[in-house]
Design a protein around this ligand. Structure first.
Ligand code: MN
Length: 200
């Protein structure tokens, strides 16, 4: 899908007079292969996993967050594509707006698609293997569609980065500002008590 059309749903869901989130603009990073994971305390805590593909960022909400354990199959609910500019967003979405709550840049970096140089087609077919070069997440992962258009699984592949350590609990801070969720909420006028329920 062309990036502009893919971002229509993102635009439709937001009132940019009320939210500080970036506008829907198709854009490519220097590598064209960036990724971000945003920890988001909205109605419920989740981790938004976004991969840059052809000028936009296909996105999944992962309730439990990514795991380094190859035995874990983390539910990843497909959500609307986000613009590339969203990858730098850390702050507060006002209560009452779509996704109202606190957002943290939990991890960022680049990725390499594996077994394909066309990740858009792989995603349309329902399975993409890739290697992450993040600050927290490294090595092979698979996103695979299962049971319906929105329901996917995020699974760590076997390599030297696989581990049984709980990365979400052990590395709870922003890679951008080193802050916890409650600190972001406090600094930027959000709901500190609500945000604190997402901190370890
Ligand atoms: Mn979210």
């Amino acid at each position: 899908m062309p990036a502009k059309r893919a971002l229509k749903e993102y635009e439709r869901r937001r009132d940019f007079a009320l939210t500080p989130e970036p506008p829907a603009r198709a854009k490519r990073s220097r590598t064209g292969r960036s990724f971000v994971v945003q920890k988001h305390r909205a109605t419920a805590l989740h981790y938004d996993f976004r991969l840059e593909v052809d000028g936009t960022m296909p996105s999944w909400a992962v309730p439990k967050g990514p795991s380094l354990n190859t035995k874990d199959k983390r539910l990843a609910m497909k959500v609307e594509d986000h613009p590339l500019d969203y990858a730098g967003f850390e702050g507060i979405i006002p209560e009452g707006e779509y996704g109202g709550g606190t957002v943290m840049v939990w991890d960022e970096g680049t990725y390499e698609p594996l077994e394909t140089d066309d990740p858009a087609s792989a995603l349309r077919r329902g399975e993409l293997k890739f290697e992450l070069h993040g600050k927290k997440l490294k090595g092979r992962f698979t996103l695979v569609r299962t049971g319906g258009p929105r329901k996917w699984l995020l699974i760590k592949g076997r390599d030297r980065y696989a581990s049984e350590k709980d990365i979400a609990t052990e590395k709870p801070r922003s890679v951008k500002t080193r802050r916890l969720l409650a600190q972001i909420a406090r600094d930027e006028g959000g709901n500190v008590e609500k945000a604190a329920t997402g901190d370890p």
